[in-house]
Design a protein around this ligand. Sequence first.
Ligand SMILES: [Zn+2]
Length: 573
Amino acid sequence: MASFSIIHFNDVYNIEPCPMEPIGGAARLSWYIKSCDDPVVLFSGDVLSPSLMSIFLKGEQMIPVLNGVGVKCAVFGNHDFDFGVDHLEDLLADTLFPWLLSNVIDNLTNEPLAYAEISQVIVSNGIKIGLMGLVEEEWIVTLATIDPEDVTFKDYVESGRQIAHSLRTQGADIVIALTHMRWPNDIRLAEEVEDIDIILGGHDHDYNVQQINGTYIVKSGTDFRNLSHIHVTKDENGKWKFDIKEVELDSSVKEDPVIRELVMAKLALVDDKMDNKLGDMMVELDGRFSKIRTQETNLGNFVTDIILTATNADMTILNSGTFRSDRIHPRGEFKIRDLLTILPLLDNMLVIQCTGKQIVQALENGVSQYPKLEGRFPQVAGCRFGFDPSKAKGHRVDPALVQIQDQYIDLEKTYRLCTKEYIANGKDDYTMFKDCPILVSTENCPTISTCVQNHFESVQILLGNKECRSGHKQSLLCLVKKEDIIVSKQESSDSINKTLVRQQSIHDAEIEKPHLAPIVDGRIFQYDDEKHIVMLALKDSRSVKRLDLRQEELTSSFDAGDEDEGLEEMVSN
Ligand SMILES: [Zn+2]
């Protein structure tokens, strides 16, 4: 009777064991696999990030692990793009097995993104196993390191059908889809594509098995803590049978000494990387609690601006408690150590849809404790607002003076807000966001420190210090700015040329931006009654973009009748 066995796992982040059972760890996975009789090891994506170790090693610690446990084939997950396509391609060169991505095309090359394979046939026990790798549009279009305009997503059902057919004609005895997408999408795949025998998925971290239309969908947990051990046999009618066993890698499972040693070596390597330079800051960064918890600082602007561009949101709010360094960072070399001093935690972000009214409520909450040095004080990007500290809590922010993307806020309109999971969950009394629809989930967003690292990388590329082979990198421009860029030569009909022209225009705009010299630009300002009246008058008389005016300057510019010039000048001072 024809038979073989599969080990399937997905979404692994930490190679070292965790403190709670099942404690897992790469060495336990390896031991378990070696105790089996030559199984086909398949992986469903998300391995390079996020983890504390990945801040230093950018996922390179995972390559010897995946090779060591004998992975035969894998599909990409969203987090495998966290450090960009160039980096991913570099790491792939060292893996000993093929990576699949069957339904995403890179418009710059007309090839599968990151030069992945579309399908693969491997042989086990004389059985030809056909494999494809399918992903969902939701995360492909929200990758921080790729402009969604630069890739073409194909429907996974259509691709699945085509590839299954082509695998059969190549002689595949069985067809397996490795996927990295949410349950409803895997279910649709099972419902609509008859020719796939089993779906081995990732992206969801809970261990779960369902049978839809006679096809099993298997998600094998997360983080080297769980796996599926599947025994596959063919019955008398020629139909494949799957005996699926969930395995928990708890402390009773032994560790493979070879992988254990490798894990220890990687942990030691982390210490050495602390002093790696990310870039040269042209200015000091102000992270003092006395400043960042009471006013806008250039460190707050630096980080929130980066997040805004990485997530293509309309605005960003971070609680200033996110910034932990409580010091001035001198100009000059900025190292990983500095980044970790400022952002020691892996902060999960997400993009939610909220109304103008909710944003104003959030800003009110943010300034409600002023002048106490409270961590809820907001640092923002894509937004400009003022507050009157003499007023009672909850009445300090005049919505009439709040701007989003240089437009006065519309309280009824909805906006895309990028923030931390912490705030979206209502911590620090940001309770107004609790029921907001989630546009990009935490699982689909990179962490804050990854975005900051990528920003430094993009600057190195723009300065000509680093090559960008793939043409994909995290942008320095927010979505609104990119949309503003009018591409004059867009009439070119060929899509590769169109993409190149658009990229060049964005590059030209990026290169004009001052690099690594964040400033305080007046996005958070204070006013009193007198200044408030003048500001409202100015707002009504014309569009004022910047409102951070000192009283005497405001009066003189108002009197002089030369408001535009006066205002711009004051802001730059
Ligand atoms: Zn994922």
